[in-house]
Design a protein around this ligand. Structure first.
Ligand SMILES: [Zn+2]
Length: 224
C-alpha cells in the first residue's frame, strides 16, 4: 500500500485487512535504492508475507540497509531477528529499549502478554541522546527520542514528496507503568513535542495513516 512515492505499508493491518500477521503493528518500507529501510518488524508470524510485500514494491532483501525499531514491544520487534537475517540490514534502536531487545525480555517487550516468544535480537546501532540523523541514498531520516510509552520509544521523520512524514508507532500508548516501564508524565511531554513537529502525514502503529496537518494534530491531541 503506497503512502508517498518513497513510503509503503508492507505489514500490519491496512485499509483492506491484514497485510501480514494480524497481531503485527504496522510495518513500513522507505524505498531509497540500495539504502532502503524498514520501520518496525511485526511480531514475526508474518515475516514471509512482509518480504513478499516488500518485493512487490520493487525492493530486494539486499537493498535494506536499516531496520528502524520505534520501541521494544513485541508487536513491533518480534520479527526483527528474522528480518535482519533475511536482509542486509542493521537494526537501529534507542539504548533505553535496546537492552530489552537484545536480552529478549518477555515481560517488558510484552511477548508473554501476546503469548509469543522474542528471540534475543542484536541491535547493531544503539542510539543514545535525543536525536540522530540517518542518511539513506537520497533521503534523510531523523530519529527523535520520545520516552513515555516505553523508556526508549522513538519516532522517525523524513521529507517525502515535499511532505513531512512522522512514523509515530504507538502515539496512542498505552501506559503500563509496572510491566512496560511506561512513564505517564514523560509520555505527555513527548506528545507535546510531537505536536511541535507539525507533520503532514502520521504513520501510526495500530490506527492507520493520517493525512493532513489538522488530522495528525487532532489525533495526537486526543491523548493529551
Ligand atoms: Zn508499544
Amino acid at each position: 500500500m503506497q503512502i508517498t512515492s518513497d513510503i509503503f505499508q508492507i505489514g500490519g493491518t491496512g485499509e483492506r485487512g491484514a497485510l501480514s500477521d494480524p497481531a503485527d503493528a504496522s510495518i513500513y518500507l522507505i524505498k531509497d535504492g540500495k539504502q532502503s529501510a524498514i520501520v518496525d518488524s511485526g511480531c514475526g508470524g508474518g515475516t514471509e508475507r512482509v518480504l513478499e510485500n516488500m518485493k512487490a514494491c520493487g525492493v530486494e532483501e539486499s537493498d535494506i540497509a536499516y531496520i528502524f525499531l520505534t520501541h521494544c514491544h513485541f508487536d513491533h520487534t518480534g520479527g526483527a531477528n528474522a528480518l535482519r537475517k533475511a536482509t542486509a540490514a542493521k537494526i537501529v534502536a534507542h539504548e533505553k529499549d535496546a537492552v530489552f531487545i537484545t536480552s529478549g525480555d518477555k515481560n517488558v517487550t510484552g511477548a508473554e502478554w501476546y503469548g509469543g516468544h522474542i528471540a534475543p535480537t542484536p541491535v547493531d546501532i544503539v542510539v543514545s541522546g535525543n536525536k540522530k540523523e540517518f542518511r539513506l541514498d537520497k533521503l534523510s531520516v531523523t530519529m527523535h527520542h520520545i520516552p513515555g510509552h516505553s523508556p526508549g520509544s522513538v519516532v522517525f521523520t523524513l521529507l517525502s514528496d515535499g511532505l513531512f512524514v512522522l512514523f509515530g508507532q504507538d502515539v496512542h500508548g498505552p501506559i503500563g507503568e509496572i510491566i512496560l516501564h511506561s512513564n505517564r508524565s514523560e509520555y505527555q511531554k513527548s506528545l507535546e513535542f510531537l505536536l511541535t513537529l507539525g507533520a503532514d502525514i502520521l504513520c501510526e502503529g495500530h490506527f492507520g495513516i493520517y493525512h493532513g496537518k489538522e488530522k495528525v494534530r487532532k489525533f495526537i491531541k486526543s491523548f493529551l
